[in-house]
Design a protein around this ligand. Structure first.
Ligand code: SF4
Ligand SMILES: [Zn+2]
Ligand SMILES: [Zn+2]
Length: 212
């Protein structure tokens, strides 16, 4: 594949390039990063994009669904020999497929280190969906979101689907945001983002297509 072929299929071709170059990591930048990653998640050439960024040591911007610091952390892991090796056989279970794409952290999170999908039995799963399925034994309803504040975490107990956000006050939901407020504490990042997004959605009355 030449350097230009994969770009022709990039999901971000029609997006504002600035979306992929956040200037920070928190607040509205965190929202922007999630938005960019959403585009990457449905990109058919994410793997090629990530390979390109690694091969050219691109130090800025989101490529292949990963921010520059996430790519650096993977590079460091690679250097320490902890990155996904070439496996001689396909994963025998979804849990194994997920394990190959994740690294547990010392403080109890599970970081997604792979590209946008995990494949098992010819099916493609996002890390969050695979993890949700394994943790809850059912398909998630609607979008799966993180309930912890560790970026890239796909720990089964740290993600919730729309149903959980609607019915429980899990973190990463507007209910969670109000639960924090009711307890007089500062809302966590996941809740703040959920609250902002929900507010935006309501204001936009159905359309999230706003000028950058
Ligand atoms: S993975 Fe993301 S940044 Fe790379 S080409 Fe696809 S959409 Fe663009
Ligand atoms: Zn977590
Ligand atoms: Zn919270």
């Amino acid at each position: 594949m030449t350097g230009t072929t994969w770009r022709d299929h990039a999901a971000c071709r029609t997006e504002d390039p600035d979306l992929f170059f956040p200037l920070g990591t928190d607040g509205t930048w965190a929202l922007q990063i999630e938005q960019a990653k959403d585009v990457c998640r449905r990109c058919p050439v994410a793997e090629a994009c990530l390979t390109y960024a690694s091969a050219h040591h691109v130090s800025d911007g989101i490529f292949g669904g990963l921010t520059s610091w996430e790519r650096r952390s993977i590079e460091r892991r690679k250097a320490r020999g902890r990155c996904e090796p070439e496996y001689p056989h396909p994963a025998t279970s979804l849990a194994e497929a997920l394990e190959r794409r994740t690294t547990p952290t010392d403080d109890g999170h599970l970081l997604w280190t792979g590209v946008s999908h995990v494949s098992f039995h010819g099916q493609r799963y996002t890390g969050a969906r695979a993890s949700f399925l394994l943790a809850h034994g059912r398909e998630p309803v609607g979008i799966v979101r993180r309930t912890c504040t560790t970026r890239g975490c796909v720990h089964g107990e740290h993600i919730a689907d729309q149903e959980m956000r609607d019915t429980e006050d899990v973190c990463g939901s507007r209910k969670g945001y109000h639960r924090h407020r009711a307890r007089g504490e500062d809302a966590c990042e996941a809740c703040r983002i959920a609250n902002t997004q929900e507010g935006r959605r309501l204001r936009a009355t159905g359309s999230t297509k706003a000028a950058a």
